[in-house]
Design a binder for this molecule. Sequence first.
Ligand SMILES: Cc1cc2nc3c(=O)[nH]c(=O)nc-3n(C[C@H](O)[C@H](O)[C@H](O)COP(=O)(O)OP(=O)(O)OC[C@H]3O[C@@H](n4cnc5c(N)ncnc54)[C@H](O)[C@@H]3O)c2cc1C
Length: 574
Amino acid sequence: MSERSTRAFAQYPYLARRFAARLPTLRSGIEDRHHAVVIVGGGIVGLATALALARHGVPSVVIEADDSVCVGSRAICLSRRSLEILTRYGAARKFLATGLPWVGGRSFYRDEEVLHFSMPHDENQRLPPMINIQQYYIEDFLLEAAESSGLVEVRWQSRISGICASKSGVRLSIETPVGGYELDTEWAIGCDGARSSVREAAGLRLRGTSYEGRYVIVDLALKSARQTERLAWFDPPSNPGSTILMHRQPDDVWRIDYQLRDDEDPETAVLPENVIPRVANHLRMIGERQDWSPIWISLYRANALTLETYRAGRLLLAGDAAHLVPIFGVRGANSGFEDADNLAWKLALVVRGAARKELLDSYSAERVPAARENLRQGMKSTEFMSPPSFGFELMRTAVLGLAARQSFLRPLINPRQTQAIRYTDSPLSLSDRTTWSAGPEPGSVALECPVTLCDQEAPRFGHFTELLAPAFTAVCFTENGRPPEELAMLAVSAGAAVPLRVVGIAARQPSAPVPACGWDHTGRLTALYGAAPGTVYLFRPDGHVLARWHEPATHAVHLALQRVLGASAPEKGP
Ligand SMILES: Cc1cc2nc3c(=O)[nH]c(=O)nc-3n(C[C@H](O)[C@H](O)[C@H](O)COP(=O)(O)OP(=O)(O)OC[C@H]3O[C@@H](n4cnc5c(N)ncnc54)[C@H](O)[C@@H]3O)c2cc1C
């Protein structure tokens, strides 16, 4: 568990909305309504899951212990993949308007620059590779989007104090300042963070590594003209022996994280009289001469832990409740968005009775290996930031000392920023039966590319992923943008419970509007997907490839969907 010792200053810039506790209508102390889904915890992952479920048409109740969105300095780096997910749920606008896109990063050893990288970006992308934005903004914008869906009810100042199985699912005991009550739900999702009570009730234990090294997290108000880059200093002259990270955030807020020495007492180290001189030394060293003031100080210790399963009967776990990823590599909240995206469409199908509940096991089967990959990368970054042994330290000193002149060593300093993870061994994906020259393999996320959207009289510039709905999407590459009739009819016969959209990619500009059609005006999309007229890619509602075929395989698409849904047998037991 992350250890934090926190202090907020008068200049703390964010005035969060505060919400009162309230009780639902009760009968003998039990809520008179039975819920399909209750989410425990209204942090990033709880709110993202509620929003995602709402976009799939499923209402939920969020039970949140606090009276507002988070306070303090936690996640700031939001990945392109998280922005893609938010875009698909129609909620990205405020994130993009407020967040600061990264240009790249620089690392220094003592007073020498040893690494300069640009963020991966190419002409096909519509979203920045990474933005910096404070966690309170992330939660507030998610809350707004969830509230405006009309399908999410957040109950503030409501703490889960008991969880047990009930005849129809799960019974939760809830305490609030205005009284306690119980409620029944078919499914409960634990998004209640590092100290999750849902995890405890499920009898599950986090396993992995906890690191000893501690970091001081300082937010400060500073007007600086520096770019939005990830800046890292190893053993800097201003703070010998330490590692310092610096990030720009919106509203002229800067974040500085610095490593404590092993012999420093953490509680003393976070006192302002000890923090302020260190930050002042650092700012002086990098030439920032203007006035600044502290906003927030806290303490952080890295953990690399995950559960071995994220489902225990009717209890599901997501975000920090399921895994704790070191902050170096920025995968905590970002992987939580992917958990929410993965879980929501599956749970929506199950709640609607369109899929068997065993579909939810694939959530675990896909997201546990994803967490392990995130942990592997996060641990490499953590061990480079604060070497756990003398051997690591020697290796790091050698790499840093030589990297300025030996370019082959620089990738070892690279902070390994988060990327979308392919579900390599997913039980849902259909493996390729034929060879492909290019394109995302089953389990991978859709590749982005500009297209011309041709569904209206005036064609307009857009991007491929705009054609992917939060539904299954069969994308057929064609000459004229019109998929074969048989494939188009499949969307109708699938019915409302299994939303399927059929999209055509036109090789030539259509002469009249075509519904759900993109014209590959550059030819790059067809090449990127290794496609030819007749190629079909079937995407899942979370934008991962389920299967692909070289010919318009209507029956194969139907079977691939059936495989995901399973036979719709009546449900019995948990
Ligand atoms: C210093 C720092 C920097 C970070 N930087 C990044 C970054 O740049 N990028 C990134 O991706 N991640 C980052 N992270 C990680 C990120 O903050 C977390 O992964 C993320 O907040 C997890 O969200 P969550 O919703 O799962 O849990 P939380 O944010 O912990 O939310 C859990 C919620 O559950 C509520 N709750 C708890 N118990 C109960 C209960 N019994 N009943 C009801 N409600 C309850 C809590 O009040 C809370 O609101 C950082 C973390 C730290 C500490």
